[in-house]
Design a protein around this ligand. Structure first.
Ligand code: ATP
Length: 453
């Protein structure tokens, strides 16, 4: 097995099988913008559901929120984004391209042979200037002063400005959290590496409000929880690590931040940031809005501004990590089999039902089996082409189980159940199939790539 994965292979499989394709392709595409096709939607939606499950179902101290993308512009003034959400930018007067001043060693000059900006003798870089990453737009028909608003660059602020509403209606008290999943927008200077960094992306963020003296304890709690989430969903632990930010890397609001990093083909990179934000956000919005954003214990009369622990993940980046970790190639009977060894709970399709041949009543019976299974889980029916070709397709979209209806099925109502990873084929009664698949779907799962390494 080994690790055959490269970013090019992922991009190509995603296009070939309809997971993710470049956006606006018929107009030549817009840089670093992608559209998700059927299997991509199913996969990313499973990633988000697993995140919601971890936040809302597996515990009882987090509630959900869905705030607006366009908020009052003063939100971004108070949060510090208007003044400080910037990247340092340099222009090259020779090739007219722009680069992030702090990423020059990872950027490519526009000319051939490709070098880093500044490495050609006639490269002519300007000094670094701050470039705000927020997208601006205007509300109302007139582009006048005061009509400028911003597309949110993170979902977190929507949570802070709703702290009071949620506290009032959720009947929670610190420690408790507010979770949100939604689109965020950043005018990134150097997007790239497929969906790793795009200008429009989905975030999964949770703000956990705690009594100030419990902040460190909860910070450590969330580090452990978030690392465990990726491992439970099949990411190989040796491809995952926690990295604490150095003092000079910390954002203005944070007293401690650790990133969950994944070993992508481009090297170790951030998957998720977990920050101890202290009382910065509630304090800033309270000062700017004049509202008291604090917790008052009705029994003791104690009042305080809760501190915040924030695990902030990217749904697209996590989806990419799951794809990369799952991608595999192996030799089977002299042919290369390409497959996605996705955790069954993440797999876009759980089971494919295939009649061996398109005659003798097999398609009819297979459709019956399919109709029963699809009531329980995402299932697919496929009767076109050779059985080998149909399985290759299911392997590439990561379907963990295949059910084949053959001549014996018509005699004894049993089918073969094929396992994507081991290729084991079990004979099983149709009546037991649904329960057996649900049992397998709930079972703990580890990547077979781990055992093979
Ligand atoms: P980076 O250093 O990679 O720019 P960040 O530290 O600015 O990320 P956060 O503001 O902490 O990112 O956002 C939380 C998460 O949102 C990131 O860990 C990542 O998964 C996701 N994310 C941030 N920016 C992007 C982007 N441009 N494209 C895709 N996902 C992103």
């Amino acid at each position: 097995m080994g690790d055959a994965v490269t970013m090019e292979k992922i991009v190509s499989l995603c296009k070939r099988r309809g997971f993710i394709f470049p956006s606006s392709e018929i107009y030549g595409g817009v840089g670093s913008t992608y559209d998700y096709g059927h299997y991509g939607v199913l996969l990313k939606s499973n990633v988000k559901s697993e995140w919601w499950r971890a936040m809302l179902q597996d515990r009882d101290d987090v509630v959900a929120l869905d705030s607006a993308i366009i908020q009052h512009p003063r939100v971004w003034e108070a949060s510090g984004h208007l003044a400080g959400f910037t990247d340092p930018l340099v222009d090259c007067r020779t090739c007219k391209l722009r680069f992030r001043a702090d990423h020059l060693d990872q950027s490519a000059c526009g000319r051939k042979p490709s070098k880093h900006p500044g490495d050609f003798a006639d490269c002519d870089l300007t000094g670094a200037r701050d470039f705000n990453l927020m997208f601006e737009t205007t509300v109302g028909p007139v582009k006048e002063e005061g009509a400028t608003v911003y597309l949110r660059p993170e979902t977190a602020q929507g949570i802070f400005i709703n702290f009071k509403n949620v506290l009032q209606f959720s009947r929670k008290k610190p420690p408790f959290g507010i979770a949100q999943v939604g689109k965020s927008f950043r005018n990134e200077i150097t997007p790239g590496n497929f969906v790793f960094r795009t200008r429009e992306f989905e975030q999964m963020e949770m703000e956990f409000f705690v009594p100030p003296d419990e902040a460190q304890k909860w910070f450590e709690h969330w580090l452990g929880e978030r690392e465990r989430w990726y491992v439970e969903l099949g990411i190989r632990p040796d491809h995952l690590r926690l990295r604490a930010h150095e003092q000079d890397e910390l954002s203005h609001y944070s007293s401690a931040t650790s990133d969950v990093e994944y070993l992508f083909p481009i090297g170790w990179s951030e998957l998720e940031g977990i920050a101890n934000r202290g009382d910065f956000d509630l304090g800033a919005h309270a000062a700017a809005s004049g509202e008291k954003l604090e917790y008052v214990d009705t029994a003791s009369g104690e009042r305080y501004v809760p501190h915040v622990i924030e695990p902030a993940a990217g749904a697209d980046r996590a989806t990419l990590a799951f794809l990369v970790d799952a991608y595999d190639e192996e030799q089977v009977e002299g042919e290369t089999r390409t497959l996605l060894r996705l955790h069954p709970r993440l797999a876009p399709v759980k089971v494919a039902v295939l009649p061996l041949v398109r005659k003798d009543g097999q398609p009819e019976l297979a459709r019956e089996v399919y109709a029963d299974l699809r009531r329980r889980m995402q299932a697919e029916y496929d009767e076109g082409g050779s059985i080998g070709r149909r399985y290759r397709r299911q392997d590439e979209i990561g379907t963990p189980w295949g059910v084949t209806v053959d001549h014996q099925t018509l005699e004894d109502r049993t089918v073969t159940l094929r396992d994507r990873d081991s290729l084991a084929q079990d004979r099983i009664a149709i009546d037991e199939l649904g329960d057996e698949l649900e049992r397998r779907l709930r079972a703990p799962w580890t990547s077979p790539k781990l055992a093979a390494a």
